[in-house]
Design a protein around this ligand. Structure first.
Ligand SMILES: O=P(O)(O)OC[C@H]1O[C@H](OP(=O)(O)OP(=O)(O)O)[C@H](O)[C@@H]1O
Ligand SMILES: O=c1cc[nH]c(=O)[nH]1
Ligand SMILES: [Mg+2]
Length: 209
């Protein structure tokens, strides 16, 4: 069974509240995507294994703990996931990055794949798939299915806003994947947009509408 973690944290709620406003500028929106991604990453990395290393402080030798950063990989779903990945890289600069290009067909709402480039050793890494929006769940489901086809088994999914419909689809299709959500919204509208949501995340990040 998937763990579904909804981030009930005042900082996250505050920042997502600003993102939802239609008057928020592209620059401010983009900065907030990256900030909220970092805050969610804090929770999503809680159980990462640590390695012991011997170090010297100015006073004595001691054992410190290090994240095995080389074993991690962030996988943004293009386009909108890119800026979440940038934020997370501030926290885990040694992680590798894979890219999966998917867009939602406007009529069928089904994802269409157009790009996939992963590190050669991705199947040995713990993977953090990131996308701001989990709407029908079609894109996240397809991206994770693609990773599993490549032999990847340790997968987490991080999003800023989710609809209940998407959470249901994702957790049913991939019960082995834990899901971290900034805010769980009410529902989808007839065009597959999340309500109240924040509109089209890609367009708001890149100013394309
Ligand atoms: O859960 P779903 O119903 O699949 O919808 C969510 C997807 O829609 C958005 O991407 P979009 O297709 O707009 O592509 P873009 O990032 O290039 O704008 C979003 O970033 C997700 O990838
Ligand atoms: O509300 C939504 C749904 C899908 N994709 C978005 O960017 N926003
Ligand atoms: Mg979009």
């Amino acid at each position: 069974m998937s763990k579904v973690i909804i981030m009930n944290h005042p900082l996250i709620q505050h920042k997502i509240g600003i993102m939802r406003r239609k008057t928020t500028s592209t620059k401010e929106f983009r900065d907030l995507v990256s900030e909220v991604a970092m805050l969610i990453c804090y929770e999503a990395t809680r159980e990462l294994p640590l390695a012991e290393v011997e170090i010297e402080t100015p006073l004595v030798k001691t054992i410190a703990h290090e994240i095995e950063g080389k074993k991690l990989c962030i996988v943004p779903i293009l386009r909108a996931g890119l800026h979440m990945a940038d934020g997370i890289l501030n926290l885990i600069p040694n992680a590798k990055v894979g890219h999966i290009g998917l867009y939602r067909d406007e009529k069928t709402l089904e994802p269409v794949e157009y790009f996939c480039k992963l590190p050669a050793d991705a199947d040995e890494r713990e993977i953090f798939v990131v996308d701001p929006m989990l709407a029908t769940g079609g894109s996240a489901d397809a991206a994770i299915a693609l990773l599993k086809k490549r032999g990847i088994t340790k997968i987490h999914f991080l999003c800023l806003i989710a609809a209940p419909e998407g959470v249901k689809r994702l957790t049913s299709a991939h019960p082995d994947v834990d899901v971290y959500i900034g805010a769980l919204d009410e529902r989808l509208n007839e065009s597959g947009y999340i309500l109240p949501g924040l509109g089209d995340a890609g367009d708001r990040i890149y100013g394309t509408k």
